[in-house]
Design a protein around this ligand. Structure first.
Ligand SMILES: [Zn+2]
Length: 131
């Protein structure tokens, strides 16, 4: 799936990720030498993914959920599958991805999931995708 605004979405995702990790990275940066901190933005995807995983422990549950979705979307951008609904496997409209670049479901599947959770009488996880 080719999206015209893919570079914009990618930088938005990276922004969200650095916001989420920002507070934690700051504490790391002050405790490491400068050479190491300069490496952080350039480490390989694989390394940055496991780096983020470690950091997840220090995040609140909602931020953690969001970060996982952001990481997943960034991974999919590199490796394929970005913008494909996880349930119906149809492409997610670009307009939606512009608003929620880490969306993993199309709107109709997301509604179905929310409806399902209501029917089951629990709130489930926060529907981050729907803001
Ligand atoms: Zn769908």
């Amino acid at each position: 799936m080719k999206y015209k605004s893919l570079p914009k979405m990618k930088s938005k995702l990276q922004d969200i990720r650095s916001q989420l990790l920002g507070g934690i990275e700051k504490t790391i940066k002050t405790s490491q030498d400068e050479e190491f901190t300069q490496l952080i933005p350039d480490i390989t995807d694989e390394a940055s993914r496991s780096f983020s995983r470690q950091m997840l422990l220090n995040l609140g549950e909602q931020d953690r959920e969001k970060l996982i979705q952001v990481e997943e979307a960034l991974y999919q951008m590199e490796n394929g599958g970005y913008g494909i609904c996880k349930l119906c496997e149809k492409p997610i409209p670009e307009a939606r991805l512009k608003v929620v670049p880490f969306a993993q479901h199309c709107v109709s599947c997301l509604n179905a999931i929310e409806q399902d959770q209501k029917n089951n009488g629990h709130n489930g996880t926060d529907q981050l995708e729907s803001f």
